[in-house]
Ligand binder design. Structure first.
Ligand SMILES: NC(=O)c1ccc[n+]([C@@H]2O[C@H](COP(=O)([O-])OP(=O)(O)OC[C@H]3O[C@@H](n4cnc5c(N)ncnc54)[C@H](OP(=O)(O)O)[C@@H]3O)[C@@H](O)[C@H]2O)c1
Length: 261
């Protein structure tokens, strides 16, 4: 069992590459296709419950590292209007304590990526606060929505330098297709479970899953989000997985693995 603080010793791209190989059992390259990255709790019945991100969420530096690795490998990050409302401090910067953000940025450059990923926000309602930090800080952002909502949002979005993409019947799959059509071929999905789950319906629309599991026997009700599914469901869709890498934190143990089609 690895102590969580050990990831804080990572200070540069070489350290990131070594930690990635230790945790996921193989070196990782820039992402191609669709990568789902998520943190869940395994409930006593074996269902993987998505962790809501709030003050009660168990803290884990290795989980921040996992999220940072996914972001560093991606050309676009997809989230939702609901996530922005639930997480008013969310940004798509490279996360983590100590020197991890700078080390991840270094590693991203070593993967050949010069620009930060594009932030893509799915919204039907258009209930989006343009003062949210996701829209500041030099990150490019685009809203993906219906044609009607796009009409309402376009001028406010333009004032904030935010793009708008619309479809008559918007869906996560269609959003990914639109990004691919723009030459963006590494898409990290950071949407909540009700949206991300749709990727696992036939035909499968996810190529890789970076999964962080909080292994504690119990979880505060405020942190229990929607179900992702069971590990048996994941075995059926993404059968190839790295052996779980176990980490101990003050809040409880975690395990990290990566699954592929
Ligand atoms: N642990 C993790 O890995 C993780 C990752 C992400 C999020 N979260 C947590 O998950 C929670 C939110 O999850 P959730 O399942 O309730 O919601 P969600 O799936 O993140 O968001 C649902 C919202 O996405 C938008 N949306 C979905 N499909 C769309 C489509 N086809 N076209 C346009 N917009 C579409 C709509 O936004 P509008 O409401 O704006 O119309 C919809 O209300 C939060 O508490 C967050 O902290 C956890």
């Amino acid at each position: 069992m690895i102590a969580d603080h050990e990831i804080r010793a990572v200070t540069n791209a070489t350290g990131v590459a070594a930690a990635v190989e230790r945790i996921y059992g193989a070196p990782l390259e820039a992402m191609r296709g669709v990568l789902h990255v998520t943190a869940v709790w395994r409930d006593p019945g074996g269902t993987l419950i998505t962790l809501n991100v709030n003050d009660q969420t168990p803290r884990c530096d290795h989980d921040a590292f996992a999220l940072g690795v996914a972001r560093a490998r991606a050309d676009a990050i997809v989230t939702t209007g609901r996530v922005l409302r639930a997480e008013p401090a969310l940004s798509h910067a490279l996360p983590g304590p100590a020197k991890l953000p700078a080390a991840l940025a270094d590693w991203r450059r070593s993967l050949g990526k010069r620009k930060p990923p594009l932030s893509v926000i799915l919204t039907r309602s258009g209930d989006v606060d343009f003062d949210h930090p996701l829209f500041g800080g030099g990150h490019r952002a685009v809203l993906y929505t219906s044609e009607e909502t796009a009409e309402r949002l376009r001028s406010r979005a333009a004032e904030r330098g935010v793009g708008v993409i619309a479809d008559r019947s918007p869906s996560l799959r269609q959003a990914i297709a639109r990004l691919e059509g723009q030459g963006i071929d590494g898409v990290a999905i950071e949407a909540g479970p009700s949206t991300a789950r749709t990727l696992y319906q036939a035909p499968l629309a996810v190529d890789e899953l970076m999964l962080s599991i909080f292994e504690a026997p119990d979880l505060a009700p405020e942190v229990r989000g929607g179900a992702l599914g069971t590990e048996a469901m994941l075995d059926a869709h993404l059968p190839h997985r790295s052996p779980p890498y176990a980490v101990a934190t003050r809040d409880g143990n975690w395990s990290f693995s990566r699954r592929l089609r």
